[in-house]
Design a protein around this ligand. Structure first.
Ligand SMILES: N[C@@H](CCC(=O)N[C@@H](CS)C(=O)NCC(=O)O)C(=O)O
Length: 271
């Protein structure tokens, strides 16, 4: 039995759900409510000492880190194969995993936080806020959390997020311009799957067009992604209407600021 400890709208959980759906696997979900800090419950920390979702439990053993969970699933259930067998292509696939894990993950957390969670946190009492902050075990994550809470889109970490997306979309356009269906060619792979939730979130926040308006190949890729039944089942359908409305509302509020920060950054990134 496969059990996924997850939280509805979390990007890294969407990645794993997408993989499970593409492989048509049977699995059960256990919800860990991040807003209620359930990720820090002692019992859950035994499964995932980092206090984050997702965690997969298979044969009574837990596997953490969404990228590793997806690779694990592909090893155990190789149909359809989502990791290329050719070593060079496998390395290419992992370039995309790294790009997501080392840039976009933090990036989307900061952008989402500056748009939505920050507003929610403002309604907490100073004591509740302090408890929420104190629970963030990692000092670097704590600094990001605090800066984006205090400064919103003006936080330096939102600037890094915009830069990470800038690079990712430029790279994506160049890969897809080699007349490819998917990032690595004709077959969908974990390179696409790792990236999809991070593009979807920008779309839900109504910010995606800022990046892809001038990228025809990325636009076609994104249209193909949205038509995948597994995208609909694992990302769209589990989302409640209220969450979709909330992302749209808060995303539209920060749109002008993100747009002008991005314009400034594009100038300063020029060689
Ligand atoms: N590298 C980890 C990141 C996990 C992660 O940051 N998960 C977020 C949700 S997408 C989380 O659980 N956050 C909990 C918190 O902010 O306290 C993975 O890919 O599994």
């Amino acid at each position: 039995m496969l059990t996924l400890y997850e939280f509805g709208n979390s990007v890294c959980c969407q990645k794993v759900r997408l993989t499970l759906e593409l492989k048509d696997l049977e699995w059960q979900s256990v919800q860990i409510n991040l807003f209620k800090s359930e990720q820090y419950n002692e019992k859950y920390l035994k499964l995932n000492p980092k206090g984050v979702v997702p965690t997969l439990v298979h044969n009574e053993r837990s596997i953490i880190e969404s990228t590793l969970i997806c690779e694990y699933l592909d090893d155990i259930y190789p149909i359809p194969k989502l990791i290329p067998s050719d070593p060079y292509m496998k390395a290419q696939m992992r370039i995309w995993s790294k790009l997501v894990d080392e840039g976009l993950h933090e990036g989307i957390s900061e952008i989402s936080f500056s748009a939505m969670f920050r507003e929610k946190m403002k309604h907490l009492s100073p004591e509740q806020r302090e408890i929420r902050l104190r629970n963030v075990g990692d000092p670097r994550r704590y600094d990001r959390f605090k800066s984006t809470f205090e400064l919103g889109v003006d936080s330096q970490f939102v600037g890094y997020a915009i830069a990470a997306y800038e690079k990712a979309f430029d790279l994506l356009e160049s890969y897809l311009s080699k007349s490819q269906m998917w990032i690595l060619g004709d077959d969908l792979s974990l390179a696409d799957i790792n990236l999809i939730p991070y593009v979807a979130r920008l779309n839900f926040l109504c910010l995606l067009n800022l990046w892809i308006d001038d990228k025809p190949h990325v636009q076609k890729w994104w249209t193909r992604v949205q038509a995948l039944p597994q995208y609909i089942d694992s990302i769209l359908t589990p989302m409640q209407d209220v969450e979709i409305q909330e992302m749209k509302h808060y995303g539209e509020l920060i749109f002008p600021q993100i747009k002008s920060r991005r314009a400034l950054l594009k100038v300063s990134m020029k060689p």
